[in-house]
Write a protein that binds this ligand. Sequence first.
Ligand code: MN
Length: 314
Amino acid sequence: MFNMDEILQNVHSVGIGGHVRPDGDCVGSCLGVYNYFRTYYPNMDVHVYLEQIPDTFTFLENADKIEQSKGDEQHDLFIALDCGDLKRLGETAKIFTNAKKTACVDHHISNESFADLNHVIPDASSTCELVYHLLPKVKITKAIAECLYTGMVTDTGCFQYSCTSSETMNAAGVLMDKGIDYTSIIHRVFYSVTYVQNQVLGYALLHSKLWEDGKIITTILTQEDLKRFGAGPHDMESVVSSLRNTAGVEVAIFLHENEDGSYKGSSRATGDVNLSEVAAKFHGGGHAKAAGFTVYGDPEEALQEVITEIKKRL
Ligand SMILES: [Mn+2]
């Protein structure tokens, strides 16, 4: 374990980045660290690189400072957050490779410690919870607290998933005491959806199928479906968890078509099936109860292969 002050020795420029298709934990941890450096090291050259973030998170301080990587940026230090491997950094992977020194803070079980300095705790609720412990509590400002709380809310499903520990709640408590409007953050992050998102969810639920006596539920959305609703990748985030809420279901699988014709898979488990193992067989990874992967070719056939792997573990 390192802390965010000591890793800055002999460092004049820092790059910060997280995984492609950034979620609340990714954006929250990246902006939390960015705002920390901005506040306490005003003369340092700090950049945060992410793909376009969902509108939900644009309220976070300095969200407008997020840059898209050009790929040729040079930094003394690059910090990868909430990212299980180099590939998941997307375009930003080049900046990581270019950096003189690298650090990684993450909670994905598939993380193989790919940086020079690694703080990887798979049991942690979120990268934001880990970042919280790497910052001196007294130096966490309200703006930083908002970022970290947002990430915790996102990855714990509002403090309900089993990854939520008493430590998570203690950390959240300290962040609440920084004066953040936690009610509004929870509403924005967890409950508020757009009309398009609701329509996509309705369509996905209506076209879902049950397998194995209702233990597995699946749904597939094609590019044609998404275009009909004018939906983008960020409009489907609640689909897989809503599928999983179905009584009797142990595993939920959601496939949606990417622009290149491949299918992005999201999976969630309520039972003992280790989805991280299943995802690893399909170019993916993640956590035991929540994992992502990619399949190619006919989606119905690909889905059967995924179901076969799940059946082995039911
Ligand atoms: Mn995360």
